[in-house]
Design a protein around this ligand. Structure first.
Ligand SMILES: [Zn+2]
Ligand SMILES: [Zn+2]
Length: 104
């Protein structure tokens, strides 16, 4: 089953269509980062060992503990350009790595 979020473009991390992702605002007060999970069944990122849900491409590196409390049901907008730029610079988007572990 694939998500149909309606977002355009492609994910900078896994390169799948954004339409196959869901995003959620970071629950931390005042945080503008967004969390982003890929639901593509052929995603190169393996399903996380410890999770029932999809692979997280982007996490909030400022608030990693918030991953237990995400709501992906709201408005679907992609992560801020700041997060894309940080990933381009560091190679770490704060989500799952290709083994399903959380990056730091
Ligand atoms: Zn992705
Ligand atoms: Zn945050």
């Amino acid at each position: 089953m694939s998500a149909r979020s309606g977002m355009e473009g492609f994910c900078k991390v896994c390169l799948h269509a954004n339409n196959e992702h869901y995003t959620a605002p970071c629950p931390a007060t005042g945080c503008l980062n967004r969390w982003k999970e890929c639901t593509a069944s052929n995603c190169f990122r393996e399903r996380p060992k410890s999770s029932k849900s999809a692979k997280v491409c982007f996490g909030c590196k400022d608030h990693p503990a918030c991953r237990e409390n995400l709501d992906f049901s709201g408005d679907q907008i992609d992560v801020p350009e700041k997060q894309n730029e940080d990933y381009a610079a560091t190679g770490n988007a704060g989500g799952h790595d290709d083994k399903g572990d959380w990056t730091r």
